[in-house]
Design a protein around this ligand. Structure first.
Ligand code: ZN
Ligand code: ZN
Length: 231
């Protein structure tokens, strides 16, 4: 299932719980996150339904190296030749094929990372980001480094439509949340990261949860406000 979130930004449900995003740019398509191992089939089917070829996906931007965002990356690369890009601080995880033991702050997180089904094919990054970069060819997709959930977590701001793609920096589960601390690398960094999200947004996309447009965006900005005053 897919829907247009904003001009140039399409949300694609890669499973019942997970979303990826397709951004139309001056050099083809940029895919934001891949999903689990079965997601590439869904993504390629959707890209075809939208009238594109697999090779139109020129690059894949990963919000962070957790299995539900990167597991399908190696398979997608085989079909598209897309460049795979990630923040410098999550690169080693992507290339190792799993979250390392020190990658989660709590025992529950460390336990799940031992399960083979949460591992992925080690995947080489073609390039890395730092805070403030604009993704080349994306027509204005800006990288905002939001460490905490993982060291190299990024949120992406689509400047032309003022749409923010939140990755796992926040979740929309009926109410907004920052997720369990035990599954985060450094939970204490999360409030300061959320305080860095720009205001005056027009739309919000979540990796997990329904997107926001119109007046709903305002309630999310109010949620973010608490982190601005804390930090
Ligand atoms: Zn995550
Ligand atoms: Zn996730």
């Amino acid at each position: 299932m897919h829907s247009q979130l904003a001009p140039g930004v399409t949300q694609i449900a890669t499973s019942k719980r997970d979303n990826a995003f397709l951004v139309d740019g001056d050099d083809g398509l940029t895919l934001v996150d891949v999903g689990w191992s079965k997601a590439p089939g869904v993504l390629l089917h959707t890209v075809a339904a939208l009238g594109h070829k697999p090779s139109d996906i020129r690059r894949v931007v990963l919000t962070h190296a957790h299995p539900d965002h990167v597991q399908g990356a190696a398979e997608l690369r085989r079909h598209t030749d897309a460049h795979i890009l990630i923040h410098d601080a999550d690169r080693a995880w992507l290339e190792a094929g799993r979250v390392p033991t020190q990658g989660r702050s709590g025992a529950v997180g460390r336990f799940i990372d031992h399960l083979p089904k949460l591992h992925w094919t080690p995947t080489t990054a073609d390039g890395t980001f730092t805070d403030g970069d604009t993704v080349e060819g994306s027509d204005g997709l800006r990288v905002i480094h939001t460490p905490g959930h993982s060291p190299g977590h990024i949120v992406l701001m689509h400047e032309p439509s003022r749409t923010i793609l939140m990755g796992d920096a926040a979740f929309n589960r009926g109410k907004f949340a920052i997720g369990p601390a035990a599954l985060s690398a450094d939970p204490d960094l999360r409030p300061g990261s959320l305080a860095r999200i720009p205001q005056n947004l027009n739309a919000v996309g979540f990796a997990h949860g329904a997107p926001l447009t119109g007046s709903e965006v305002h309630t999310f900005q109010e949620f973010l406000q608490q982190f601005r005053t804390e930090s």
